[in-house]
Design a binder for this molecule. Structure first.
Ligand SMILES: [Zn+2]
Length: 499
């Protein structure tokens, strides 16, 4: 089938003829029909340009007009509806997320739904595989967005910026089987199983008698093993990890099994439900215990990875709970040498198994550890971020509409105590004062300070609830400024990770 390539200049003129501004990266041609994103009065549309004598695609909904330029064109101006993005996704393969494997990858969560174009610009040429759709069940609940809406918003952004390389979609922190169907239906490809409700944190300090009782009481049927077999499998083993070796005493084995045995059983339940629901479509799994109280020791990491292998639950990434503090929106808190030494164990174990990467959750703004992680993991790391893109939106508001930012700040202060629950934070909210006590310049600087960043970060749900429409209108009107701050911000994340 031959097709004549329509020049970008002609597409641009056709867009202008209907009073629209073209997003030049979005141009995609199928047969003789051109598809592109355009902007009319700060509202974005899919524009479809159909030359004379060619049948217009019928699956899109929109208004049609005729334009004369090098022949007669029918222009369809299609709103950003679920039906239209679905039709576009069916037509262009690159609008559908895919599994990314163990290469270095980066999750760009977007709580507002307007950050993906900036994320794509950040990822372009950065040398990491992007996950543009990523939202946890908790955040979806908090904001009232569905997995499909999150997918659609991100996909429009992918189209707008013309990202043609593989990208992924992360159903983040799935805790129960009941959460799966909506993600499966929306085409997610990366499923983060979070079994932390089944992690026994007390096992960290239990005595051996208690540990033995706890292991005997594990759901051993679900784990397809007896307590004796489990002990034989690990206790007394020495695992050679290159320049390190892991010695499994009876106690180490019991502690690992008591702490994580139920979590493994639960992961198996979720993974098998997911496998059935995906019906042969490709997907990848992450096992994440980052949101637990105590760090994952080397023995525990090994036990988790070995059990997942034994039970044939292939994971592409594993998120241990690291030492130190990984808090929202700020740098790593802890001793870097200690982190580095503990990470060396995680990486040695990861390399021993050889088929997954290490995942760093709450990974935004952890500038002091990126070089350490990149050096140790040697290309086998995944980093997740989400709320930091919301903070960057606030940065634009603080710079461009300071009165609005003052309202948001006061609102966030009022809602902080309620909203902080379920987050690990060490900020001192009393250091964040009413907006009227700051000058305009000081307000912008609040986005660079730990206490105010966290207060603003964890109240996003309440803010979006109250100010969502106004905030989205603002961002639509300041699209380029928002993209610019995202590119700067993520450039600082991606450069050390890709190095
Ligand atoms: Zn997490």
């Amino acid at each position: 089938m031959t097709q004549t390539l329509v020049s970008p200049e002609l597409v641009d003129r056709l867009a202008q003829a209907i009073g629209a501004r073209l997003y030049p990266h979005s141009i995609a041609q199928d047969q003789d029909v051109v598809y592109a994103m355009v902007n009319v009065d700060a509202e974005r549309y899919l524009a479809i340009f159909v030359p004379e004598g060619v049948g217009a695609p019928t699956e899109f909904e929109g208004e049609s007009t005729q334009v004369e330029d090098e022949g007669t064109w029918t222009l369809l101006r299609c709103p950003r509806t679920p039906a239209n993005i679905n039709a576009l996704r069916a037509r262009f393969e690159w609008l559908r997320p895919v599994p990314l494997g163990t290469q270095t990858s980066f999750g760009f969560g977007d709580r507002i739904g307007l950050a993906t174009s900036g994320h794509v610009q950040s990822a372009r040429g950065a040398g990491v595989a992007p996950i543009f759709t990523q939202q946890s069940v908790r955040e979806n609940t908090r904001i009232g967005r569905t997995p499909q809406q999150v997918m659609d918003d991100a996909t429009w952004g992918v189209f707008q910026e013309g990202w043609r390389l593989p990208w992924g979609a992360d159903a983040d922190h799935v805790k129960v089987v009941e959460s799966l169907p909506d993600f499966v239906a929306a085409g997610y490809t990366f499923y983060t199983i979070d079994p932390s409700d089944h992690v026994d944190n007390d096992a960290e300090s239990d005595d051996v008698v208690t540990l033995r009782k706890k292991v005997a009481a594990l759901p051993l049927d679900q784990l397809s093993i007896t307590a004796t077999e489990l002990a034989d499998l690990y206790a007394g083993q020495t695992v050679n990890l290159g320049d390190k070796s892991l010695v499994f005493s009876q106690e180490k084995m019991l502690r690992a099994a008591a702490k994580y045995g139920r979590a493994i059983a639960h992961a198996r339940t979720v993974a098998s439900a997911l496998t059935a629901q995906m019906g042969g479509r490709p997907f990848e799994l992450e096992f994440s215990v980052d949101e637990t109280d105590t760090p994952t020791s080397p023995h525990e990491h090994y036990y988790i990875a070995a059990e997942l292998h034994r039970l044939n639950i292939p994971v592409v990434s594993l998120a241990p709970r690291f030492v130190g503090k990984f808090e929202k929106g700020i740098d790593y808190i802890g001793d870097l040498d200690e982190f580095s030494a503990a990470l060396a164990w995680d990486i040695a174990i990861m390399k021993h198994f050889g088929d997954y990467k290490i995942s760093v959750h709450t990974g935004s703004d952890k500038f002091s550890i990126y070089p350490i992680v990149a050096h140790a993991a040697q290309g086998r790391v995944h980093v997740k971020t989400a709320g930091t893109s919301y903070l960057e939106a606030l940065r634009v508001i603080a710079a461009e509409d300071v009165a609005f930012f003052r309202e948001i700040l006061d609102f966030s202060r009022d809602h902080f105590e309620k909203d902080r629950k379920s987050y690990y934070l060490s900020c001192d909210a009393s250091k964040v004062h009413p907006a009227n006590s700051y000058s305009d310049a000081e307000l912008v600087d609040l986005l660079n300070q730990v206490d105010s960043r966290q207060v603003l970060h964890v109240t996003f749900g309440s803010v979006l609830d109250h100010y969502g429409d106004r905030l989205k209108t603002f961002l639509r009107n300041h699209e380029a400024a928002y993209e610019a701050v995202l590119v700067t911000h993520f450039g600082k994340h991606l450069a050390p990770l890709a190095a």
